[in-house]
Design a protein around this ligand. Structure first.
Ligand code: SDX
Length: 385
């Protein structure tokens, strides 16, 4: 076997440039188009962050107003999307519901020529498609949760901006400003993270000149896994297993003895803590105070300190966001679809960047199968060829 250096999982491999975001584990920082994510989360509505990721600059008041007006055109759940979701069993995972919904939106979009030769779409078409998906996802995610709860659809409200309307459509009541602010911050923090598995999946699909919707559907499939986006849902399963802070030590003893991965901890790039965690933890702390849930704080802190002291592995963004979404009232199964609603902005920014670079992504592999051999003499199955 020739001696080649295999980089399992492409760990540590730099495969291309991107101007969308910079993840720096040395300084534990994350920049969206040059802006620290902490500043964006603290000062910008998610709409402005979406605009920044797509266009490279923060919007003027007029540009933000125009994006908000366009978003409002696509907020209502489309009939064909609702019909497709209704075909799925109630037990279907919400990530499969959202993946199906995006497929329906893509298959119904006649904005392109329809020819496979034009699948990639023009920059203008893809920006319009990106805005449409970003605007459509809240209704899809909200409907999924309400459907499972046996509740009727809540129509969107044009007097509410993105985060407040998302919560309105999900819960059928107007959320308090402190909750809207915490949710808005989470959407900004989840929006973009360079070549993570789901974004890179979207780029691979785009690199064949396939269409934006196919790339987003593939990215949703990648995000579903508990090693990636599915971790925020898995964090709540862990919290429910442990129950209370007093049970952390025995629970962790058993989990580590079984060599379980403790969801919400660790990261392929950050090795001394995820740059987004402090901002999301602050949002969680405001929610803990707002809902008067010191028990959540006790469990959160006990598990973090115990696991970090034993393994030296730090929380990632999914660790604070899971309990935050739980306090707001989202079903645990809805958590990762919330990740989609946010990350669709980062995915589509990368899809547009990859389309412009137009370089097919096709790595090499090292063969370790049987040496070359040949069919000698009679082979029974060949008789019918
Ligand atoms: C996201 O890439 C991104 O940017 C992703 C993301 C984004 O915004 O897009 O940040 C979002 O996906 C965050 C990560 C969410 N996933 C989880 O919380 C799942 C739990 N975490 C682990 O599975 C793990 O930390 C990974 C997959 C996230 C990263 O793993 P690496 O870099 O491949 O490291 P590794 O799995 O090789 O771990 C090194 C060692 C191993 O021990 P040994 O086998 O060498 O003895 O650390 C151990 C691992 O077992 N380890 C863990 C652990 N994370 C690492 N052990 C227990 N629990 C963990 N969480």
């Amino acid at each position: 076997m020739t001696d080649v250096e295999i980089k399992k999982g492409l760990a540590g491999v730099t495969v291309d440039y991107t101007a969308v975001s910079k993840v720096n584990p040395e300084t534990n920082s994350l920049l969206y188009r040059g802006y620290p994510v902490q500043e964006l989360a603290a000062t910008q509505p998610f709409e402005a962050v979406a605009y920044l990721l797509w266009n490279g600059e923060l919007p003027t008041d007029e540009q933000l107003a125009s994006l908000r007006a366009e978003e409002r055109k696509h907020r209502a759940l489309a009939d064909n999307v609702k019909a497709a979701i209704d075909l799925l069993p109630l037990e279907a995972h919400p990530m499969d519901e959202v993946r199906t919904a995006v497929s329906v939106i893509g298959a119904s979009d006649s904005s392109g020529s329809g020819s496979v030769l034009d699948a990639a779409g023009s920059p203008e078409e893809n920006l319009a498609r990106s805005i449409r998906l970003y605007a459509s996802l809240p209704a899809i995610v909200a409907y999924g949760q309400r459907r499972r709860r046996g509740q009727e659809i809540v129509p969107p409200r044009d007097d509410l901006d993105y985060a407040a309307n998302f919560l309105w459509m999900t819960f059928g009541e107007e959320a308090e400003p402190v909750v809207v602010d915490a949710f808005n911050r989470s959407m900004t923090l989840y929006a973009e993270h360079s070549f993570n598995a789901s974004t890179f999946t979207a780029r691979v699909i785009t690199s064949t000149l396939s269409d934006l919707y196919s790339a987003v559907v593939g990215a949703i499939g990648a995000l579903k896994g508990p090693l990636h986006g599915g971790a925020n849902e898995a964090v709540l399963h862990i919290f429910n297993e442990i129950g209370s802070a007093e049970n952390v030590v025995p629970w962790l003893d058993k989990a580590l003895a079984e060599k379980r991965k403790i969801m919400g901890f660790g990261h392929r790039v950050y090795k001394r803590g995820d740059s987004r965690v402090p901002t999301m933890k602050t949002a969680l702390d405001t929610l803990i105070e707002h809902y008067d849930r010191p028990d959540v704080a006790a469990l959160y802190d006990a598990l973090e300190s115990e696991f970090v002291s034993r393994k030296g592995i730090y929380p990632n963004l999914d660790y604070p966001s899971g309990p935050a979404y739980n306090l707001i009232g989202f079903d645990t199964l809805t958590f990762t679809p919330l990740f989609i609603a946010s990350r669709v902005t980062g995915w589509t920014a990368h899809i547009m960047e990859q389309t412009a670079s137009n370089a097919l992504i096709r790595p090499l592999s090292a063969y370790n199968g049987p040496d070359e051999r040949h069919i000698d003499g009679y082979v029974p199955d060949a008789a019918h060829l």
